[in-house]
Design a protein around this ligand. Structure first.
Ligand code: GDP
Ligand code: IMO
Ligand code: MG
Length: 430
């Protein structure tokens, strides 16, 4: 297939960045289509670590075009600092290898502040957001009062747009007991940053149409995961965008038929950052061991990730919703050395058995996992690049996962390093 979309199938941090970086060798263009700098993608290339939040994970490979689509919310100040940070690591980012959708909505300092104010006021009902202003920015986009990248071109006409935005925000700020936003200060900040971001701003829909007609291969890079999708996730403990495959079309400006092979990224166990239901969460030593072995600390906020057993019922649900053709199973190596492993096959909720997680918040919180137990393995899988390198019980674990989630494994990842991958089926193969 010409194109491929990479979608997280759990609560994010499945290892999408590593897989996108690996796949980008086969692609010409890598496109982000939703989310913002709430994402944190870690790539390890010959021992050097690269951390990306807003920029597509294709950016570290020379000769590839990276694109930030219209479905992404862009903090222009974070955009600048990420480019500068990567520049210091030797990644040259210019208008030759990066394009930004001119119709993408901006995250402004007031969004980030509001995110923090709301979380601070929410007490026990907080979401546990990354406090990057993602939710408030998407609200303003849907509320038709966002400032977009293209608006920075004509700073003289920004005044009335800012007025419209502040009518809404200053009322909210009064409610929170904080000072209203100073219009002139915001205008000044935007005028200053405009010159940095505008050279990258293009009609991305057209650039992608040209790429399609030139026979280029496009890789769509999802952020977060299906269980954080604003419709299909564990609402309200979700992010504020659609993270499912369909969003790749709307958030980049291409036809759904252009998406191609859908690769779901699935961690061999489960993690979650922030609040919300997590049926297979382990609050014991086993959970701690998974976290330590998997280095499960958030890339963006440094928070410790909650850890638990693999939840086949939830992953099966995610894969069906996202229309996944095959999965990349990541972090199999983290399971090395466990005597036995558990996989969740469904839930008990109020005395009834479910083979999926129902939508209600209370039902989700009450879900008790039903487990199947598998034998572990004592040999190492670290760095395995072929089936033959896997201990028999590890191969059986992968096969059992495949059966339970009703989806084939296309790739297995066995370390953070770029090349440590077992390739079963090339997502770009015709
Ligand atoms: P993303 O948000 O989906 O891109 O994932 P993150 O980068 O936030 O988190 C995944 C973490 O696991 C990163 O630190 C990766 O370097 C690391 N990682 C990715 N694949 C593997 C793997 O197969 N094994 C191990 N041990 N670590 C991996
Ligand atoms: P990547 O792309 C894991 C979580 C936050 C919080 C919820 C809402 O690295 O997989 P937000 O700031 O988006 O309003 O927070 O979503 N969250 C993520 N968790 N990985 C991510 O991205 C995440 N992006 C947001 O922790 O629970
Ligand atoms: Mg991450």
């Amino acid at each position: 297939m010409a194109n491929c979309a990479v979608i997280g199938a759990q609560w994010g941090d499945e290892g999408k960045g590593k897989i996108v970086d690996w796949l980008s060798a086969r692609a010409d263009v890598v496109v982000r289509f939703q989310g913002g700098h709430n994402a944190g993608h870690t790539l390890v290339i010959d021992g050097e670590v690269f951390k990306l939040s807003l920029l597509p994970s294709g950016i570290v490979r020379e000769g590839k075009l990276s694109v930030i689509g219209n479905g992404v919310v862009i903090d222009p100040f974070a955009f600048k600092s990420e480019i500068e940070r990567l520049g210091a690591q030797g990644v040259r980012i210019t208008t030759v290898n990066l394009a930004v959708a001119e119709n993408a909505a901006l995250i402004l300092p007031l969004h980030q502040e509001l995110d923090g104010l709301r979380e601070g006021a929410a007490g026990d009902s907080k979401i546990g957001t990354t406090k990057r202003g993602i939710g408030p920015a998407y609200e303003d986009k849907a509320g038709r009062r966002a400032i977009r990248v293209c608006d920075l071109r004509d700073t003289d006409s920004l005044g009335p747009k800012i007025d419209r935005l502040l009518t809404h925000h200053n009322a909210l700020r009064v409610g929170f007991g904080v000072e209203p936003v100073d219009k002139d200060e915001l205008l000044g900040q935007l005028k200053e940053i405009a010159g940095f971001i505008l050279p990258f701003a293009v009609p991305v829909w057209r650039l992608l149409d040209d790429a399609r007609r030139a026979g280029k291969r496009i890789l769509f890079e999802g952020a977060q995961g299906v269980l954080l999708d604003v419709d299909h996730g564990t609402y309200p403990y979700v992010t504020s965008s659609n993270t499912v495959t369909g969003q790749a079309a709307g958030g980049a400006g291409v036809a759904p038929s252009q998406i191609g092979y859908v690769l779901g990224i699935v961690k061999a166990y489960t993690t979650r950052v922030g609040e919300g239901p997590f049926p297979t969460e382990l609050l014991d030593e086993t959970g701690q061991r998974l976290g330590e072995r998997g280095h499960e600390f958030g890339t963006v906020t440094g928070r410790q990730r909650r850890c638990g057993w693999f939840d086949a019922a939830l992953v099966r649900q995610s894969l069906k919703i996202a229309g996944v053709d095959g999965i990349a199973l990541t972090k199999l190596d983290v399971l090395d050395g466990f005597e036995e492993l558990k996989i969740c096959t469904g839930y008990k909720i109020g005395g009834e058995v479910y083979d999926y997680l129902p939508a209600g918040m209370d039902a989700q919180a009450a879900a008790e996992p039903i487990y199947e137990t598998l034998p572990g393995w004592s040999d190492s899988t670290v760095g395995a690049r072929s089936w033959a390198d896997l201990p028999a019980e590890a191969a059986k674990y992968v096969r059992r996962v495949e059966e339970m989630i009703e989806c084939p494994v296309a790739l297995v990842s066995t370390s953070p390093e770029r090349e440590d991958v077992i390739l079963v089926r090339d997502p770009f193969a015709d």
